[in-house]
Design a protein around this ligand. Structure first.
Ligand code: S3P
Length: 166
């Protein structure tokens, strides 16, 4: 099967890019991130896309970026935290090895705090995290081949757990 060796999904701030880079290094392959692809193609930050064009437009760009990356990339691929909201994207993911990096709400609040670069968390981080997790947890679980819990683990430990599990 062509396509990524491994796809990483999970909420923002869970460590997809840090762990993704470590995994790529261990597997001797490339690393790619669909958020970076969108920023490069648009020539502006994700937060600017949300403010200028709205979330719906961002989700269209994201859906296209994920489909392209799944078709082109053969290494480790990290998806933005909301990519799994799209049913077509979830169907495409069904053909690939997908690692869901999970964390609980309190860990999420601790790690991301009031990060204004993350437009979905600007007002009340704890409440918004709880809602995001409730809305998305089952979607991450639906696409995941394996789930790796990250609470209290270093990126190195998470990387090792993911490699052991796939
Ligand atoms: C989002 C997660 C972000 C980014 C955008 C929306 C989300 O990606 O795509 O801010 O809906 O959870 P990361 O998970 O890489 O931070």
């Amino acid at each position: 099967m062509s396509g990524p060796r491994l796809v990483l999904v999970g909420p923002m701030g869970v460590g997809k890019s840090t762990v993704g880079r470590l995994l790529a290094e261990r597997l001797g392959t490339g690393y790619r991130d669909t958020d970076d692809d969108i920023v490069a193609a648009e020539g502006r930050e994700i937060s600017e896309i949300f403010v200028d064009d709205g979330e719906e437009r961002f989700r269209e760009l994201e859906k296209a970026a994920v489909a392209t990356a799944l078709a082109e990339h053969e290494g480790v691929l990290a998806l933005g935290g909301g990519a799994v909201l799209d049913p077509d994207t979830r169907a495409l993911l069904g053909r690939h090895p997908v690692v869901y990096l999970s964390m609980d709400v309190e860990e999420a609040v601790r790690r991301t705090g009031l990060n204004v670069a993350r437009p979905l968390l600007a007002v009340n981080p704890r409440k918004q995290w709880r809602e995001l997790m409730e809305a998305r947890r089952h979607l991450y679980e639906e696409v995941a081949t394996v789930v790796v819990q990250t609470d209290g683990r270093t990126p190195e430990e998470v990387t090792r757990a993911a490699l052991d599990a796939v």
